[in-house]
Write a protein that binds this ligand. Structure first.
Ligand code: 13P
Length: 281
């Protein structure tokens, strides 16, 4: 299975000039060259810039092997409306992104975003033909109390609602847009990112076997929801860097990485991608 290495740039970098410089550093790299590129056959790269840089970054990434994602979308409308500060799925897609991160723990922590809002956001994303990287993960306290799997089970319980809404919208739209996300192509349009909150930006990481067991649980839970979700990719996120990437990549349950801090330097981001590309080759 192809690996995924996704850079979540969060609220970085400070200027569009710096965003372009980061892209320059990524794109001059031989690893990505269309013919002899070692990375892109086995590892799909993606970056998620902040909303203000999205259109310029995605324009720059056209005709390159790197995909572009947003970090969030509006829960209020998939299109337009009086929702100050929001960007809709349609606007994100129009800006050139083909994916969006949803449910990141920083949205929960700083914006008090409840999990059940994600059913609506995922439905909007799929309606506008955006793939979804859904983030789930437990807090330090929940980890200490050995509640990880029950917390993740609860977070994943948004999925049946999403499947239900996909089933009903597909009836209306699939004739016009045959490639629109449907239950049948979910393996190409949905990724789960397991990000323990306590590992994000802290330098602390769970052991590879803890992540592996957790991913096994996530995969089993998805398969129990629908047979079509059996092969969904599950990525690990939280303090992944050039030094620890190969140990995560070596585990068959870990299909890639969602990378924060280390994605802001081309060298470390590509080293992580190389670790996954060679482990999954
Ligand atoms: P760090 O890699 O900086 O820990 O961030 C992980 C993350 O939150 C990616 O979404």
């Amino acid at each position: 299975m192809q690996a995924w290495v996704i850079g979540n740039w969060k609220q970085n970098p400070a200027t569009s000039h710096e965003a372009q410089a980061l892209l320059n550093d990524l794109l001059v790299n031989d690893l990505l060259a269309p013919t002899e590129g070692r990375l892109t056959n086995t590892c799909q790269l993606m970056v998620a810039p902040s909303c203000i840089h999205l259109a310029a970054v995605s324009a720059r990434l056209q005709e390159t092997p790197i995909l572009c994602a947003a970090q969030d979308i509006s829960a209020h409308s998939d299109s337009t409306g009086a929702y100050t500060g929001d960007c809709s799925a349609q606007q994100i897609a129009d800006a050139g992104a083909t994916w969006t991160i949803l449910g990141h723990s920083e949205r929960r922590q700083y914006h008090k975003e409840p999990y059940d809002r994600l059913v609506q956001k995922m439905a909007f994303a799929f309606k506008q033909n955006l793939g979804v990287i859904l983030c789930i993960g437990e807090t330090q306290e929940q980890y200490d109390n050995e509640q990880t799997l029950s917390v993740l089970g609860e977070q994943l319980s948004v999925i049946p609602g999403v499947l239900e809404s996909l089933r009903s919208t597909n009836v209306d739209t699939n004739n016009d847009t045959p490639n629109a996300p449907s239950i049948d192509n979910m393996t190409e349009r949905l990724i789960i990112a397991y990000e323990p909150v306590w590992a994000i930006g802290t330098g602390k990481v769970p052991t590879v076997s803890e992540v592996s067991r957790t991913h096994e649980y996530i995969k089993q839970t998805l398969a129990d929801y629908a047979a079509e979700l059996t092969d969904i990719s599950v990525l690990y996120g939280g303090s992944v860097n050039a030094d620890n990437a190969s140990s995560f990549a070596a585990d068959p349950m870990i299909d890639g990485a969602l990378v924060g801090g280390a994605s802001l330097k081309a060298q470390s981001f590509l080293a992580i991608a190389e670790a996954f590309a060679s482990a999954k080759a």
